[in-house]
Design a binder for this molecule. Structure first.
Ligand code: FEO
Ligand code: CA
Ligand code: CA
Ligand code: CA
Length: 667
């Protein structure tokens, strides 16, 4: 499968034009080859922002008032002068139940069900009563590194395990409690956090604190609710399912609920049938008996909650086995953080794919609700949902996401683009072409997008909407599989190691419009391999690669996080000049970019979000130490000490950043 730091296996075999191919028509390849990126800058980059450099020359103070930090190569967190940080709620922090104490590397499944999970990713701070000092932090736990969860257990300590390795017994089965623990280390944590008198932030016991895991009962909402595709032994009527998996980024609805994205879920299953249904094949459900990830279906007891990850046809009908279990994953899952009794709901009209996250356009009373979601795999697509009903503050709830139209993006040669509807009878999505009805289209969203001729992109990650301009930004993190024949000028690299950020706007700012105008905000890389919309190249203060997390603060600072993979101090390769993953800030109007923070060894930097007053920033460092080899692990070298630096296993954690003078972060 070739999994790497949470990315998806390539499995789009359709013949649609790639984003590179589309862009080729806008600038001759010859021009790129002769002139390099500087030529591109004048030809294409910032096509919608030609006047912007002038803004950088006027007397307005910079939006970015801090001094850039250097590229980081150490096993620590570095923030700018005048800033400080603290660690909050690393893996295993008790938040609910009897608050079981953290025992890094030794906690049980039952304990983990009341502790923060592993591999923190997207998150949001929900203020309590509007406070910027007291709120519910909702945090995704994307996946796990079993060797660190179990580092102190006999089957692991001193043994050779790489980042994905798990222990099997002599009969090839897994320990039940390890599996229970791993399932519980996935999902979402909801906990109250507040600023204390000394300025530090703490986890606070609260009845709203809860864990949602890969085993929590959920409802299936929207057009797929009750469809044949999702009927299982657990829910023969197709109304319910269990858990959420691989929650990467997230979204926040205009009615103040949280959406967790299901990204790289396919590898959690095994299907050993000779023939795979298309709803497995197009998403890369593994054919191996072991499955692609942690072999939960091989738990020794054979209990139902583990066997469900075996998606082979093992019985006479779909309601007697779990052949349809993979169809219950790949959705956006709505969670109400303020109601601990609320059952999470899979909002199926937002489509089924490798959802990175979702971002909403500013909601306008009386107008439809619009949101955008990227499918983070090589050569996959960017989607938009437009509701049928109008937004009514105080009345609208998640049900509005169950009725509307899903679209997929086509980026045209001339800097324009269209949204192509994925709906019955539209764009050839008919029974005659293999799409029986809306539920069938949604379960097979990727195939529907193939069919309508969407543009294949370079791994779409997070999106963000500029509060000042309404422009939509999306990171395209990298695509090492793109060939020279697929290269064009605006995506100017075969084997694209560094990634870029695309953005688009609408005439009149109407996010429901059928067409849009787009350009590139930045092509990432080092000084020789980069260009920003203002025509500058990146320099020592801001070189970066593999943009992933993206978030606008209230003052329109664009925060950019990097995920170059599991880089450690011994890494040698094209990403070496960029050091460790970190966080940058950009002014979208001027193109100014500065490096704000760098992190420890092995991690990716993700989950950036601030308090409403802009004076506290929360950021996650995910999978510190992931670069450690199996031999290192066996020798007790866990790759990184973050955040405890006491010889125990490294832990993913949130860091809380404040300005020492109490000012707005980034100002
Ligand atoms: Fe989980 Fe696409 O990063
Ligand atoms: Ca990740
Ligand atoms: Ca990501
Ligand atoms: Ca990523």
């Amino acid at each position: 499968m070739g999994y790497q730091h949470g990315d998806e296996p390539p499995c789009n075999s359709s013949a649609n034009r790639t984003f590179y191919e589309v862009m080729e028509a806008r600038v001759a390849r010859r021009q790129f080859l002769m002139g390099g990126l500087a030529t591109l800058a004048t030809g294409l980059i910032g096509g919608g922002l030609a006047a912007k450099p002038a803004q950088a020359q006027d007397a307005a103070p910079s939006l970015l008032g801090f001094k850039s930090v250097p590229v980081g190569f150490e096993d620590r967190v570095v923030v700018p002068e005048g800033y400080r940080f603290q660690v909050l709620a690393p893996t295993g922090t008790p938040i609910s139940g009897d608050m079981p104490a953290p025992r890094p590397g030794a906690n049980t499944g039952a304990e983990q069900e009341h502790q923060t999970g592993q591999h923190h990713d997207g998150m949001h701070f929900f203020p309590i009563d509007g406070s910027s000092a007291d709120g519910l932090l909702v945090v995704n736990h994307e996946y796990i590194e079993p060797r660190f969860l179990h580092a102190e257990k006999p089957a692991y300590k001193g043994q050779s395990f790489n980042a994905y390795g798990v222990a099997f017994d002599a009969e090839g089965r897994r320990d039940d409690d390890e599996v229970r623990m791993e399932i519980a280390a996935h999902g979402v944590s909801i906990y109250r956090t507040s600023r204390q008198g000394d300025g530090s932030w703490s986890v606070v016991a609260d009845p709203r604190n809860r864990r949602i895991t890969a085993a929590t009962p959920v409802e299936i909402g929207g057009p797929v609710r009750g469809a044949a595709h999702v009927r299982t032994m657990f829910s023969p009527d197709g109304l319910r399912a269990r858990g959420t998996l691989n929650n990467c980024s997230h979204g926040v609805t205009p009615w103040n609920t949280y959406l967790a994205a299901e990204e790289n879920w396919a590898g959690y299953f095994s299907n050993t049938d000779a023939e795979h249904p298309r709803e497995h094949a197009r998403y890369g459900v593994p054919r191996s008996a072991r499955g692609g990830r942690f072999a939960w279906h091989l738990a020794r007891s054979g209990a139902d909650e583990y066997v469900r990850f075996d998606a082979s046809a093992r019985a006479a009908s779909a309601v007697e086995d779990y052949r349809n279990e993979p169809n219950t994953m790949g959705w956006m899952v709505e969670i109400d953080p303020f109601d601990p009794t609320a059952t999470p709901i899979k909002r199926t009209h937002l489509g089924r794919f490798g959802h990175e996250g979702v971002v909403f356009a500013p909601a306008v009373p009386g107008q439809p609700v619009v949101c955008y979601s990227g499918d983070d795999a090589r050569f996959e697509y960017i989607y938009r949902f437009v509701s049928d009903e109008a937004f009514a503050p105080g009345q609208t709830d998640g049900g509005i996401l169950d009725r509307g139209t899903l679209y997929v993006a086509r980026f045209n040669d001339d800097g324009g683009g269209e949204w192509l509807a994925l709906a019955p009878g539209r764009n050839g999505l008919t029974p005659a072409n293999g799409f029986a009805d809306l539920a069938d289209i949604l379960v097979n969203t990727r195939l529907a997008a193939d069919h309508v001729g969407a543009t294949k992109m370079d791994r779409p990650e997070w999106g963000a909407v500029d509060p000042k301009t309404g422009a939509v930004y999306f990171t395209l993190t990298n695509n090492t599989l793109r060939t020279q024949a697929q290269v064009d000028a605006v995506n100017p690299r075969a084997a694209n190691n560094f990634g870029q950020i695309v953005r688009w706007t609408y005439a009149g700012g109407d996010h429901t419009a059928g067409s849009f105008s787009w350009d590139l905000f930045v092509i990432a890389g080092d000084a020789r391999n980069s260009v920003v919309a203002n025509g500058a190249t990146l320099n020592n203060d801001n070189i970066f690669a593999c943009p992933d997390g993206l978030w606008f603060d209230a003052q329109s600072r664009l925060w950019i996080q990097t995920d170059m993979g599991d880089l450690g101090p011994a890494y040698e390769g094209p990403l070496k000049p960029f050091g460790m993953n970190g966080l940058l800030a950009a002014d979208p109007a001027t193109g100014e970019i500065k490096r704000f923070m760098t992190g420890p060894w092995g991690q990716e930097c993700t989950g950036v979000v601030g308090t409403p007053d802009g004076r506290t920033l929360f950021v996650n460092f995910q999978h510190p130490g992931a670069h450690a080899t199996a031999a290192q692990f066996a020798a007790g070298d866990y790759g990184s000490g973050f955040p405890d630096y006491n010889g125990g296993p490294p832990r993913s954690a949130t860091v809380v950043i404040t300005k020492i003078d109490g000012g707005v972060i980034g100002s």
